[in-house]
Design a binder for this molecule. Structure first.
Ligand code: NDP
Length: 306
């Protein structure tokens, strides 16, 4: 039987990257929330009945930055639990051979030993600012494991670092750090003002370009059956370096650090040694990824998601 791949969350940042990196000869269906509200079991069931996928890349989620997660804690929990429960149940009911879900490094326990290792995923409370989203995401791993055990399904999970790229949400308050900084510095450039950046830029973080995550998803869909696995770039960079890359791409350098504001946890690296042993996929440098993302942002401004 010919493979048919269903991509939930196909209209989002990672969904676009999955489409952009799709291998030749694949039959695929990319979904947005406008095609089907996956919180609704009957609608989800109907969609699976009509598409009949052999494989699923499950990306659909209610996603947001720190403020959105904290302010809408219950909604992030409820929406994500409903989406995931319905998608995994329908994939089982309609006999999909394989399902790959994306978890996130931000769901690891607060204060877990560094670098973050897959074995510690459930060993403690997530950070208080995002526990609704984090517990809902952790339940994908539990549901996948339980379904594999009881029904013999092949549902697996990847755990990426922070992701960035084209089609991201560039909202200053609700976006993730890279798109929010791009928007902020670009807005300052348009008004010839100084962009004020929180903290002192010393915190270290890992960011992965969306196309690299997409390649890992395609690899996992056809080549990896096993326990949840950390994925992402090996580059750990300071926020200061990140801001320098954005300034260079935007050709605007009037920024000021507000050191009265918190800089965040000093570092949160994840251990990607298992992934590195299994495959050697290409890795886009932060500088190149930021440059491509800013170019896309400028081409599409003001019609960007925000
Ligand atoms: P986006 O916000 O860009 O995309 C979310 C996608 O989910 C969109 O296609 C959206 O559809 C869809 N969606 C949301 N709610 C529903 C719903 N009720 N029914 C059907 N579809 C829905 O997210 P990303 O691409 O950034 O994230 C993709 C995955 O990667 C998510 O699972 C996320 O948790 C995970 N991830 C993301 C990280 C990041 O830094 N961005 C980091 C780690 C993991 P529509 O376009 O119609 O709104």
């Amino acid at each position: 039987m010919r493979n048919k791949i269903l991509i939930t969350g196909g209209s989002g940042m990672v969904g676009h990257a999955v489409q952009h990196t799709e291998p030749c000869g694949i039959e695929s269906k990319y979904l947005s929330s406008k095609d089907v509200d996956l919180r609704d079991f009957n609608a989800c069931d109907e969609m699976f009945r009509s598409v009949q996928p052999t494989h699923v890349i499950h990306l659909a989620a209610r996603v947001g930055g720190v403020k959105g997660n904290y302010t809408h804690m219950a909604e992030f929990f409820r929406d994500n639990i409903l989406i995931n429960t319905n998608v995994l149940e329908c994939a089982k009911m309609h006999n999909a051979n394989k399902l790959v879900s994306l978890l996130s490094c931000c769901i690891y326990p607060d204060g877990a030993p560094l670098p973050l290792q897959e074995k510690d995923l459930h060993n403690g409370e997530p950070h208080y600012t995002n526990y609704g989203y984090a517990y809902a995401k952790r339940m994908i791993e539990v549901q996948s494991r339980a379904y594999n055990q009881q029904y013999g399904t092949n549902f697996i999970c990847l755990i990426p670092t922070n992701i960035f790229g084209k089609h991201d949400n560039f909202d200053i308050e609700n976006g993730h750090v890279i798109p929010a900084l791009i928007r902020k510095i670009h807005a300052a450039k348009l008004k010839n003002e100084t962009a004020i950046i929180w903290g002192d830029g010393s915190a270290l973080r890992e960011f992965t370009y969306a196309d690299d995550v997409a390649l890992a998803l395609w690899w996992a869909l056809f080549n990896y059956d096993g326990e949840p696995i950390n994925i992402g770039s090996n580059e750990e960079v300071s926020i200061k370096y990140l801001v320098e890359c954005i300034c260079e791409s935007l050709d605007y350098y009037k920024i000021e650090w507000d050191i009265s504001k918190l800089s965040g946890q000093a570092r949160k690296p994840i251990d990607k040694s298992k992934f590195a042993q299994l495959t050697s996929l290409p890795s886009t440098s932060l500088k190149d990824g930021v440059s491509k993302t800013v170019a896309w942002y400028l081409d599409n401004f003001p019609n960007v998601r925000a």
